[in-house]
Every structure is written in structure tokens, then in C-alpha cells.
Design a protein around this ligand. Sequence first.
Ligand SMILES: Nc1ncnc2c1ncn2[C@@H]1O[C@H](COP(=O)(O)OP(=O)(O)OP(=O)(O)O)[C@@H](O)[C@H]1O
Length: 615
Amino acid sequence: MEREGNDCDVGDTSLTASLFDGEASVLSSTFLLDHVGEVTVTFHSDRLYWKLVGSLDNDISTCLRVKYFPKAATEIKLSEIYAVELNGHGSIYISSLPPAPECLLLGQDIQMYRFTVHGFIRSKNQPSQCILADYTFGHTNLQVCRKWVNQLNASLKQEVGRPKNLLVFVHPRSGKGNGCRTWEAVAPIFSRARVETKVVIVTERAGEAFDVMSSITNMELNSYDGVVAVGGDGFFNEILNGFLSPRFKAPYPPTPSDFVHVVKDNGDSLVNDEDEIVAETSSKMEDQFPLISSPKQFGSRISNLNSEDKAAEFPVPNEWFRFGIIPAGSTDAIVICTTGTRDPITSALHIVLGKRVHLDIAQVVRWKMTPSSEVEPNVRYAASFSGYGFYGDVITESEKYRWMGPTRYDYAGTMVFLKHRSYEAEIAYLDVESDEINLTSKRDYQGNLIRAIRSSHISERRICRTNCNVCNEKPNHASVGVCSLTPHLNSEETRWARSKGHFLSVGAAVISCRNEKAPDGLVADAHLSDGFLHLILIRDCPHASYLWHLTQLTRRGGSPLNFKFVEHHKTPAFTFTSSGDESVWNVDGEIFQAHQLSAQVFRGLVSMFASGPEV
Ligand SMILES: Nc1ncnc2c1ncn2[C@@H]1O[C@H](COP(=O)(O)OP(=O)(O)OP(=O)(O)O)[C@@H](O)[C@H]1O
């Protein structure tokens, strides 16, 4: 084992820095650690350790006859370090009682060369939240500091998946209008971590991010490791659609055989007897519909790719290309579900540290905008939630009060609740027979609710979390191409079931949709990447019962789905046809007017810079 030694003097303190290299790849030196004292620092395989030098008792010390417990950390994992920087010559603050770092009264400043290790610690109250933690080490020899910085940076470079180059979109008017300030607050984390960020756009209007994202050439996109959206769910949705619309070639969702054709022929909705579930074998979607050819939503500038760019492929799904969201919106449900918290610093750290989690994406296809319009498919992608009735009316109403900021949702919600409107519609959903699936309040042919199936599964509720078993589960059957994104459609056991009647709302949650108003979300046990939508049908019911359902949503541990008038179906695909007065759809917080639509979910279609909630 090779050994290098460096001796230096700081006042009365004699420091020895030693670099050990070789089989065990251990690096060890003695430094002064800011606010702590003299420490020996060791870097061994995946972490940095430090230990106070000359302390009689490392756990407890006495200062002015008060007992102090050293709070300073004593190690940091490489995976929790996002940057290491040389700081030049400057002061290191040292307590004269080394084992008592909190005892600041008796300390002194010492001038020396310094380097800082930038990392984070987890909040004790909220483990998903990361708090920045800097450790500044001082030494009288600049070369020793340099060696450490170089060694640590070389090791950080080996960390897999950390991005180098990112595109950034900022929505300045998101939420309370803090988009730019939010970006300015986290930008230093990216520059310290030496992640190049190109702020392509600070938007001036709705739809701009979609236009830019859909126009970027594949060649340019290939030079980035991902895209960061500074804004809310709606803003992310725009970027997601701009990304997927021109690049993701997938079949339309499967539908029951009478779906489009019946409507086309006579304009009637697809009705069977009220509250009836009809079993029907699903046809394979690839046989039914052509590939999506010309996405025509949002803006107008989907680029005509030139021949050079056509040659530059950008495959979707794409393992290395990821999306990050720095929360600045009004709800930020996607950030809360993917990082476990609503904190710009935590999100920025998840991005620079190169975390990865897959996210299901719903494809929502509008076939007819109004009862009299032509069949004209129009595709949207949703990452969190699509809802009709109550949810559509709230978003329509809230747009009138955008000036109120996030409180517009409370105001609009109250107004819509008071109106208590229900809408006649029919929903057909793919009923996938599997032990794993917690089928809930189904109806039998007589219209009686069947709840027995649900109760047997309640104890098995598995909440989505970091390294989630459900999301990481491989489908039983190996499928390839687009089919691998729709594993639950490929089963022979699927059949169409239907629900028809008057609904206060029809909702399809891709993820749990946790937010500050609904701490468990709309569906507590929804997963980020299990390939299922949670269809929630709220039938017309007394006003007070509906209020009770909404109240349950606002409670941690509430049971919003446990009502007679609530149907909850876990499904990979569904169709919807309105047959009376019309509401609109709310797709990830954006209005989507549709009389008839079909939807399916693609399992783990995109990757996020996140690791799931630490619950
Ligand atoms: N400069 C802009 N001015 C007005 N609207 C914009 C601008 N840039 C983007 N938008 C639109 O604003 C919509 C809402 O933005 P965003 O989702 O960031 O905020 P929010 O609605 O306050 O938050 P959340 O979606 O989390 O509830 C986006 O879908 C986008 O179309």
C-alpha cells in the first residue's frame, strides 16, 4: 500500500494529512471541520467518515456546566453528495472544546485552505424531505485539499445516472406567481453539481411549452439527459404532451365493439339496462385501430421534422431521458407522489443525484367533442388524473378566478359543490381478472353492490413507496414493443364491464394524487407504475352524503371510497360516453371538452428524476 504524508501547522495544532491508495482505495487525512474541530477524515468505498481527534468522549461534553450532545454528522454516503468544491483560502470556525460543536462562545476563526462537501440530510419529521448540509474542511496545505476534491469528484463521476445536461422550462405565473424565484432558489444546486442547465423558455402564454417541446428536433433532444419543469401539474402536462405527441407511436385505447361505430351510425349513446355489467371479450387493440398519425392538440407548431432529424431517432419509452419537476404550482400532486414532499430543494436534489422512478401515463382519446360533432380522434396524455363532472366543473369555474391564485380552487370547489349537478353517462371498463387486483364495489345484474371481493383485499393494501415492490414487479408474460407497456391488456382474461347512470363525477387516477388538501390522495393505494388506472365513479347521491365523501378525502386515513354511491374499479382501459347535459374533462388540471372518449394506461412510459415517497 502506497502512502503519502503531508504535515502542516495551524497555530498549536499539528495536522497530518495522509493519502492511502491501493487495494482498499482508502483516503485518509486530518482536517479541521468547520464548527466541529479537528477530525480525521476517511473516504472508503462509498462513503466519507470523520472522527473527532483527541476527544475523550465523542458522545457527550460539558460547556459552562451544560451538557452538549454533538449533533454534527460523522459520515456521508457518496450517493448523498451532490458536489465537492475547492473554496480557496478563508476562515474555518473552530470551537476551543472540540467535542462540543454547539458551544460557539469559546471558538475562534482560523485561516486556511478549504473545500466543501455539499450533501443533504433527511428531515426528522418528514423523511421524504431533504435538507441541504455542507461540510467545510480546512487544511494549511492547498495540495491536500486539491487531492481530496479531485478524488471525490472522480468518484462522483462514477455514480450512475447523474445528469450532465438538462433543458429547463419555467412558468413564471405558476401557483402564486413564484416560478422564476423558485428556479433562482434551486439553480445554485445545479451549478454546484456541474449540471449544465439550458433555460429554454420562461413562458409568456399557455401552450408555449407544448409548442417548444414538440418542435425540438430529436437530434437536439438526444443531447440532453432530461427536461425540468418549474411549475405545477398543468405545466408539466403541457411539456409531457409536447414530448409524447410527435414521438410516441401507439395504438388508440381498446374499446368495446359497439363503441365508436354505434355513435357514428345513429348518434345514440351506448346504453344497456341501468346499472348493468355486461361481460364482453375485449378485442386486441392493435387489430382495431391504426397508429396515431397526426396529433393536433394544444398549439399549432408541431414541427415538420427535416430529413436529417428524421434520421435522428428518439425512442419512447426511453430509459435514460428523464423528467424533473420543481414544484411551483397550486397543487403539485405529481411532485408529492413522486418525491413524497412538495419541496423545490428536495426535487432539485433528486434531479442532480440522478434518481429514477417510472411513471404510468394515461392516453386519453377524445372521439367526439359534442354529441353532434364528427368522430375526430384527439389525443392527450395525463400523468395524474382525468376527471369529469365535479372535477371538470371546478376547473372551468376556477379559470374565472385565476387572479385569486391557489385559493381559486377552494372557491370554485364550494360553488360547484353547492350546485350539486349530476351528469348522465355510460362508462365501460376493462375488467381484468386477477388475484392481485382489488376489484371493488362492483354491481351484479340486479344492480346490487358486491363488496365482498374488496374486503378480502383490504388487508393487502400496499402503499407506493421508494423501491416499491408493486411497481418493480415484472409482468407474468413477456411482451415486446408497445405491448410491454400495456401488460394487463394482453391477458386473455379481460372483459368489458359497464356502469350507466347519473354521476356527480367520473374520475380516472393514474397515481394516488396526494396533495395538501387530500393527504392520502384520491386513491391511497394507487401506484406510480403498476399499469392500472383507478376509475372512481360517484353516483348521484344526497348532498350531505357527497359532503361526507369529500370530507373523507381531506382526512389522513379517511375512507372516501367506502360509500354505497362510490364505485372504484382498477382497470387498464375504459370508455366514456355522455348522454345528457355535458360537463368537461379535467386532464391533469387542464380543460378537455369531450362527449365521448376512450383511455388506456401505458405502464412506466416515462421516467422521472425521483425515487418515490419515503413512507
Ligand atoms: N406565461 C403563462 N401565462 C399564462 N399561462 C401559462 C403561462 N405559461 C404556462 N401557462 C399555462 O398555465 C397552466 C397552469 O400552470 P401550472 O400547472 O404551472 O400552475 P397551477 O395551475 O397554478 O398549478 P397546478 O397545476 O399544480 O394546480 C399551464 O397548463 C399552462 O398552459
